[in-house]
Design a protein. Structure first.
Length: 333
C-alpha cells in the first residue's frame, strides 16, 4: 500500500481534503482508499499499515464459522459489486471508516457476544463487556466507560460510534441516528436521500461502512422499524468526548490491576474464569457475525455531470490499525 495523492472533494459541507492510498485488491486489481486529511483523533491510528478485510479472508472466516445451534450467525451478501456514488457519499463513507477504526483502536477487546472476539481474546472480551455494562443512557457516558473497559457489546460500541460521528465537524450537515432493536443497536449516517444512508456498525469483528442496501438484513429490518435511541440533528455538532481523560483513567487502572482478569475480580467480585465458562455454557446472546455488510463493494465517485472524480474504484473494507496493537493485529513495526 502506498499513498498516491491528496485530493479535494466538493461535498455538501463544502470542499474537504482527503488522502488517497493505492492498494491491490485480492484479485490483483488496483483500488484506492480514501481517508480524511484532518484526523478526528490524532495519534491513535497508523497511516502506513492496514488490515485487508475482504475476499482474501472470506474463505478462512467461513471455515471458522460457528455451527452451534445457540449461536446466532449472520452473513451478508459477499458478491463483488460496484456502486456509483456522489462525492458527499464518498466523504461520509470515509468519515464512517475512520470512526470504525477509532472504535477498534479504543475497544481492542471487541464484543463479549461476538464468538470470534471471544476466541481471539481468550474470553477476555466477555470480561471487558461486563465491565462496560452501565445503566447510564447518555452515549458520551457509555462511550467513556467503554473506553476504560476496552470493549463492549453492541450498545457500548454504538454509543462510542455515535459520539465520534456526532462530534465530527465534517458531518455537521448530516443527521446521525442510533437505532435500537430487540437484538441489536447500531448507527446510521443519513444522506441527502435514503439511498445514501450509511450503516456504521463496528460491533462486527471485520466491520466496514456500507450503504443500507449492502448491509445485513437485520440492519434493514431495524431501519424499517424506526426505533431511534438517539438522534443528532443535521446542522449540529456534539461537544467532543474527553478521550484522553478516559485513556488516563485506563492507564491508572492498569497500574493497579495489570491484567483484565485481576480488574474484573476486583470490580465484579466474581472469578473471571468461571464467568467466561458460564457464559460459554449458556450462549443466549452469542453471535457469529464477522461482517457488518458486504466487504466486496467498490465505489465509483462521480459528480452530477457523470464525470469521474477519482481514478480507480474506492474501497472502504481496509482497517487502519492502532498505534498500540490489539488482538487482531501484529505488533507495530
Amino acid at each position: 500500500m502506498s499513498r498516491s495523492s491528496d485530493i479535494t472533494l466538493p461535498v455538501q459541507q463544502g470542499a474537504h481534503q482527503f488522502y488517497t492510498y493505492r492498494a491491490a485488491d485480492a484479485s490483483g486489481a488496483n483500488t484506492k482508499i480514501l481517508a480524511p486529511a484532518q484526523e478526528l483523533i490524532p495519534g491513535l491510528l497508523r497511516s502506513d499499515r492496514l488490515i485487508e478485510l475482504s475476499q482474501s479472508h472470506l474463505a478462512q472466516l467461513n471455515a471458522l464459522a460457528t455451527r452451534h445451534p445457540s449461536v446466532k450467525r449472520r452473513m451478508p451478501d459477499t458478491k463483488a459489486r460496484l456502486r456509483v456514488i456522489t462525492p458527499t457519499v464518498a466523504a461520509n463513507l470515509a468519515a464512517a471508516r475512520e470512526s470504525i477504526d477509532l472504535v477498534k483502536a479504543l475497544l481492542p477487546y471487541g464484543a463479549g457476544n461476538q464468538i470470534k472476539d471471544v476466541a481471539a481474546t481468550g474470553g477476555e472480551s466477555m470480561l471487558c463487556s461486563s465491565m462496560a455494562s452501565t445503566s447510564r443512557s447518555s452515549p458520551g457516558d457509555r462511550a467513556f466507560i467503554a473506553i476504560q473497559s476496552q470493549g463492549g457489546r453492541c450498545d457500548a460500541q454504538a454509543a462510542l460510534t455515535y459520539q465520534l460521528l456526532s462530534q465530527n465537524p465534517a458531518l455537521r450537515e448530516c443527521r446521525i441516528d442510533m437505532l435500537d432493536g430487540e437484538d441489536h443497536v447500531f448507527v446510521v449516517i443519513r444522506g441527502q436521500k435514503p439511498a445514501h444512508d450509511i450503516v456504521v456498525d463496528p460491533w462486527a469483528p471485520f466491520a466496514s461502512p456500507t450503504l443500507v442496501q449492502d448491509a445485513l438484513s437485520m440492519h434493514r429490518d431495524l431501519l424499517s422499524a424506526g426505533q431511534f435511541r438517539h438522534t443528532k440533528p443535521a446542522g449540529t455538532v456534539l461537544p467532543a468526548l474527553n478521550i484522553q481523560e478516559a485513556l488516563n483513567k485506563l492507564a491508572l487502572q492498569r497500574e493497579r490491576y495489570p491484567s483484565i482478569r485481576e480488574r474484573f475480580f476486583a470490580e465484579r467480585y466474581r472469578n473471571p474464569d468461571n464467568d467466561i465458562i458460564n457464559n460459554l455454557r449458556n450462549p443466549w446472546d452469542q453471535w457469529d457475525t464477522p461482517f457488518s455488510g458486504n466487504p466486496n463493494v467498490r465505489y465509483d465517485v462521480r459528480d452530477e455531470s457523470g464525470r469521474r472524480l477519482i481514478d480507480g474504484p474506492l474501497r472502504f473494507d481496509m482497517q487502519r490499525i492502532a498505534v498500540s496493537p490489539g488482538p487482531y493485529q501484529p505488533p507495530a513495526a
